[in-house]
Design a binder for this molecule. Structure first.
Ligand code: GLP
Length: 239
């Protein structure tokens, strides 16, 4: 695991933009794994700037998002599909058919999860998986638990995550109580992982990751099973 501590959020986003842009330049048909949340917004803005400057081409890129609320209509502005369209896909030249977000709008989520895993495999696997982390150490929507489900699955959200994510909704009651998420095994199959950890409320999650042990109560620590992980954090998270 390589850890880079940078001054603040903006510096982390600048460095993350550099890493993702370099990956796409080196391999134009890169498969990217992408997160939502407020953290990666600076990265997506950085990638849009590179694209607008003519320095980045997304035409052959494929993306797989980590997670989606369930149930949710993709046209709902709180859905992660809407978030990705709004913050990245609609601003670059990626064909929409090359963008994948787990299906939160199906009566058969289990079949949709199997299809999602098959689509990742058919695309040749994820080359670079970008991650954020929840303040309780969750990755995607792999919440702290005694047992974690390995592959893409339907899961419940913890009270802490509903509370943390309620800032995007009118009230906590409106936050969906379930989500479809890649599992930790799906995530760890990526060839390389880039995790972005910013802000004081992520301090404990970073500390747990840095211990180097595996603890399913801190899903982020499972990244210690992967041998090509870059951690970009700011000074506030590393304090
Ligand atoms: C959500 C997402 C995660 C994300 C986390 C942190 O719950 N499912 O993938 O990493 O929130 O979000 P933020 O970056 O807003 O702190």
């Amino acid at each position: 695991m390589k850890i880079e501590v940078l001054k603040n959020y903006d510096a982390v986003m600048e460095r993350a933009t550099e890493i993702v842009a370099a990956q796409v330049r080196e391999k134009p048909n890169t498969v990217l794994g992408l997160p939502t949340g407020s953290t990666p917004i600076g990265l997506y803005n950085g990638l849009i700037r590179e694209y607008e400057a003519g320095k980045l081409d997304f035409y052959n890129v494929t993306t797989f998002n980590l997670d989606e609320y369930y149930p949710i209509d993709p046209r709902n502005s709180q859905s992660y599909r809407y978030f990705m369209n709004d913050h990245l896909f609609h601003h670059v030249n990626i064909p929409m058919t090359s963008t994948h977000v787990p299906n939160g709008n199906t009566s058969d989520p289990e079949a949709a999860c199997r299809e999602y895993e098959a689509a990742m495999k058919a695309a040749g696997g994820v080359d670079l998986q970008v991650l954020g982390v929840g303040r309780n150490g969750h990755i995607g929507f792999n919440e702290p638990a005694e047992e974690l489900v390995a592959d893409t699955h339907l899961t419940g959200l913890t009270a802490d995550t509903i509370d943390a994510n309620s800032r995007f909704f009118a009230s906590a009651d409106e936050v969906p109580k379930q989500a479809v998420t890649m599992g930790m095994a799906s995530i760890l199959r990526a060839k390389q992982i880039l995790i972005l950890i910013c802000g004081e409320d992520k301090k404990e999650a970073l500390k747990q990751l840095k211990k180097g042990n595996i603890n399913t109560q801190w899903p982020v620590t499972l990244l210690n099973l992967h041998d090509d992980v870059i951690v970009l954090c700011d000074e506030a998270a590393n304090a």
